[in-house]
Write a new protein. Structure first.
Length: 615
């Protein structure tokens, strides 16, 4: 790709600004570990929301979504529920509030809050730390590979004769730049730079969407897409036939396993709902929630992520897909069975983005890599320093010592993640499967911890361990992560239940303190009765029906926002007005039934009730 001096200047300016922000705020971040890891719990919810949205705007995921929209059309709005993208709805409605009420610093520290200090709690604490750190290493490895591939494809300098070594060189450069500002500035640096990165990415996304609208008419698009491509609804079969347009697309649909679309959607909903009810994994998403100033602000932050992320991102996704459909199908067809849909991005940028704007777009895409990498890097030292070093090795050190140790831990994890990334190409399928399938082992234990009083630390540890161990043999079987999820979930659930009933319940005082501070709904009757013996006027959480109805409406709202961005770019005006109507109706419902009632969640304890003292 030929970048002009103007484009390169814009990219250089972005990189300099990112580093400058990191150093500018480093003094504020290094005062103590709460300031370093959680920004001192002083950052406004809308900053955290923009930061979290930026961290989720990864270009690898974006390119996967471009591929899905290209092949599957409007039905592709459901496929990302695999992640599941609608988990942000569960977070905004109730889980962010519950999690932030704990007042802890990490997901592992939350385990101590839930299960106490017994042997089972310590084992659970340990396995959460291990899970979190393995996840961090996996994401850092893929971040390193992704940054290298992208930069080598778009920047003009050849740093090594061998293409693979050239990618490694670029990966090392951008990893080093990102590491400097993350290590120096902690959460303050991550959030502020990600806000900057988000605005750059948003400009780039909207620009690509508008260019696609100007270049491709609805008639042009209809001529290159199969029957059913515009349909949001679906039946038992997918019923998309690309014969005569792009024959290799039909084979991709078979390979993806999405032909029986109803069966696929049943599995997606099963996995998506259970994973969402388990709450956030111990990564950057959880750290943003714990960084919020209050439980209510944590909920608003999760809501804001949807508002600012979905429409701009899907304008970019749709714009790239539309440009490729209109102008790139002959090139893709010429590739035969080895068709490479990753070529859509460089094709669209090379041919349809003007000088100046191209620099902003490339800077925005670099920002998407760097923001995800930065958020992941910031999560690692929080677990090592707070949950291992401070808890077991040096509990009485000064805050500055913990911050310095955090610098070292961040650097170590970046080096290890980068080293793993060097071998990712040869281990791609296995590592991808392990990263995806790990969530099957995570879900059961982390769902039960919220909703079942009898679930204990031993049950959590065995459930997590069972799920993680069961992942290994399934990685070598011809089974997709989605198909393997029910097996992993069942194995983990069985381990949870058996271990829980074979070991004593947690100390009632610990459970009473947890319930009264967090107030989840679920199966907590024995704990509630114990609290009411001391406080007869204590009122438990009775909001299950309201929360679930809000979740259902929220998922419709979330899906309508996605559809709105797509309909806008493909210029389907009737469908656009329908989706906008759904967005408006669901927004009004959520305003009345969720937002207006958040004021009741301002404190962790209802007025007139007291937290029971723990021994």
């Amino acid at each position: 790709m030929n970048l002009t001096s103007l484009d390169l200047g814009i990219i250089a300016l972005y990189l300099i600004a990112t580093l400058a922000v990191g150093f500018w705020i480093s003094k504020r971040a290094s005062k103590n570990i709460e300031g370093y890891f959680l920004g001192g719990k002083s950052l406004p919810w809308y900053y955290l929301g923009l930061s979290n949205a930026s961290g989720m705007f990864d270009i690898s995921g974006t390119m996967w979504l471009v591929y899905l929209l290209f092949i599957y059309g409007l039905k592709s709005i459901y496929i990302p529920w695999l992640w599941p993208t609608f988990n942000q709805i569960f977070l905004m409605i109730f889980l962010s509030i519950w999690l932030r009420r704990s007042g802890v610093m990490t997901g592992a520290e939350w385990i101590t809050f839930r299960f106490g200090e017994g042997r089972g709690a310590k084992l659970s604490h340990l396995i959460v730390v291990v899970f979190a750190l393995f996840s961090v290493l996996g994401f850092l490895a893929y971040g390193f590979v992704g940054i290298g591939k992208f930069a080598a494809a778009f920047l003009p300098w050849q740093l090594a004769a061998d293409p693979h070594h050239n990618e490694i060189a670029y990966g090392l450069i951008f990893t080093a730049i990102t590491t400097i500002y993350v290590v120096k500035g902690g959460m303050f640096s991550v959030v502020i730079t990600e806000v900057l990165q988000f605005f750059i990415m948003t400009i780039a996304s909207i620009a690509i969407g508008i260019i696609a609208m100007m270049q491709v008419s609805p008639e042009m698009l209809a001529a290159v897409t199969p029957d059913g491509w515009y349909d949001v609804g679906f039946g038992w079969q997918l019923d998309l036939d690309w014969r005569g347009l792009l024959d290799s697309a039909n084979q991709r649909i078979v390979d993806d396993g999405f032909s029986l679309f109803t069966v696929f959607m049943m599995l997606v909903l099963f996995k998506g709902i259970l994973s969402s009810m388990a709450g956030p994994a111990p990564n950057y998403d959880m750290q943003r929630i714990l960084s919020a100033r209050t439980p209510v602000e944590a909920a608003k932050m999760s809501w804001f992520v949807n508002v600012v992320l979905i429409v701009p991102r899907y304008m970019m996704i749709t714009g790239l897909a539309v440009l490729a459909l209109a102008f790139f199908i002959p090139d893709l067809a010429a590739m035969g069975d080895d068709v490479d849909f990753e070529q859509i991005l460089p094709f669209a940028l090379s041919n349809y983005i003007p000088t100046g704007l191209l620099g902003i777009v490339v800077a925005g895409l670099l920002a998407s890599f760097m923001s995800t990498f930065a958020a992941t890097t910031n999560a690692a030292p929080a677990y090592v320093v707070n949950d291992i070093y401070k808890k077991y090795i040096n509990p009485k050190a000064e805050d500055k010592t913990y911050v310095k140790v955090s610098y070292i831990v961040s650097l170590i994890f970046v080096v290890i993640g980068t080293a793993i990334g060097l071998f990712v190409p040869s281990l791609n399928d296995i590592i991808l499967w392990l990263v995806s399938a790990l969530w099957g082992g995570y879900t059961a234990a982390n769902m039960l911890k919220w909703y079942w009083w009898r679930f204990n630390g031993h049950g959590y540890f065995i459930g997590m361990l069972t799920g993680m161990v069961a992942t290994v043999p399934l990685a070598f079987v011809d089974l997709s992560p989605l198909e393997g999820f029910p097996i992993l979930f069942a194995a983990s659930l069985l381990g949870c239940v058996i271990a829980t009933y074979l070991t004593p319940a947690e100390d009632m005082q610990t459970l009473m303190n947890f319930y009264q501070k967090t107030r989840p709904w679920g199966f907590w009757k024995p704990v509630i009765e114990e609290i009411q013996k001391q406080q007869p006027d204590f009122e438990p959480n009775r909001q299950f029906a309201r929360d679930m109805s809000n979740v259902l409406v929220g998922i419709i709202w979330h899906t309508s926002l996605t559809a709105t961005a797509i309909f806008l770019v493909i210029q389907s005006w009737d469908e656009l007005f329908i989706s906008l109507g759904l967005v408006a109706a669901t927004s009004i419902y959520l305003k009345l039934m969720w937002w207006d009632r958040l004021s009741n969640e301002d404190s962790t304890v209802p007025q007139g009730q007291k937290i029971l003292a723990t021994d």
